[in-house]
Design a protein around this ligand. Structure first.
Ligand code: ZN
Length: 319
């Protein structure tokens, strides 16, 4: 079995883990109901994933409206699939060895993610830095010291330009620590989820890319609706990696053709679309079946690239 690392997941604090819901008379029925609901939700989440591939082809004016709706459709799924126990179950079902768990404060704070990952060696912590954090550089260094393996920047959620002085300081700190940086890319027109969606257009990264040629940048979602711009950038800047979540097999195949399998990472963005661990994986396998990815190249995409970026020993199979 190849090593499989999902380089993009989120975990939400479990509302059922403490308090009355965890031990009271309702705890068992709640867990059973979640398991049943999860089965019902799979076809819904699978169809959302299919729809996403078409959205990029509609005019931007129409897509703006559709993005706003599609941004909230996955939210009910979080009730049935979003906790660390759900993640481990999903990883086991899909035979995924490790997952990079990405913090997103305030919903998923750094401390929560660091704690969770320190208790489970299959989960690898990725921190982000809230805008209101005082002494962000010291804080970031402390997280790296405790074992954080990557930094996440989310210009759309922060409503901040990718080359802002604050981001530059964080990028400098991560680069000095030899830590890769994951950046959300893709303009998804959802004001509910993002302060300023435009800030995550991949083309806006150019000043940062020019300023930090030694930094490893991972473009999450391959710029979502507009992967060609991500490919253009990755061709020009060899320090860019592309992460596959939300992209159909033909786009992943095109990414491999244009920039090579060595710089593509498998990621799912679990649990934002419930069944996407298996869907994301099946897309890599579709590429192998279609011949756009050789079996050897698929091993790089599925896990070996991600292991290399964070210095994880490839032999260290968890399952
Ligand atoms: Zn994400």
């Amino acid at each position: 079995m190849p090593l499989i690392i999902d380089s993009h997941v989120h975990v939400f604090p479990n509302p059922f883990e403490s308090g009355a819901l965890s031990t009271g008379p309702l705890s068992d029925p709640i867990q059973k109901a979640r398991q049943i609901a999860r089965r019902w939700w799979k076809p819904v989440s699978a169809s959302m994933h299919r729809t996403q591939g078409f959205l990029r082809h509609v005019p931007e004016s129409v897509r703006k409206k559709l993005d706003a709706v599609s941004g909230i459709v996955p939210l009910p799924g979080l009730l049935v699939e979003s906790t660390s126990a759900d993640l481990i179950q999903s990883m086991n079902e899909s035979r995924i060895d490790y997952a990079w768990v990405i913090a997103h404060s305030p919903l998923m704070p750094n401390e929560f993610v660091m704690d969770l990952c320190s208790r489970n060696p299959r989960l690898i912590p990725v921190v982000n830095m809230p805008q209101k954090a005082s002494k962000p550089v010291q804080l970031l260094k402390a997280h790296f010291k405790r074992g954080a393996k990557a930094l996440k920047l989310h210009p759309a959620a922060d409503g901040e330009a990718p080359d802002s002085p604050r981001y530059r300081k964080l990028v400098r700190t991560a680069t000095a620590a030899g830590v890769p940086i994951i950046i959300h890319t893709g303009c998804i027109h959802s004001r509910l989820l993002f302060k300023d969606p435009e800030q995550s257009r991949a083309e806006r990264l150019v000043p940062l890319l020019k300023a930090f040629p030694e930094t490893t940048f991972i473009l999450a979602h391959m710029n979502f609706h507009d992967p060609n711009t991500a490919f253009d950038l990755a061709e020009k800047y060899p320090n860019i990696y592309l992460e596959s979540s939300w992209q159909p097999a033909e786009v992943i195949g095109e990414a491999v053709r244009r920039i090579g399998a060595e710089r593509i990472l498998f990621g799912s963005d679990w649990p934002l679309v419930g069944s996407n661990l298996s869907i994301g994986l099946s897309r890599i396998r579709e590429c192998v079946a279609a011949g756009t990815l050789s079996p050897e190249e698929s091993r790089l995409v599925l896990g070996e690239n991600a292991a290399r970026l964070i210095g994880l020993k490839v032999e260290a199979h968890a399952t």
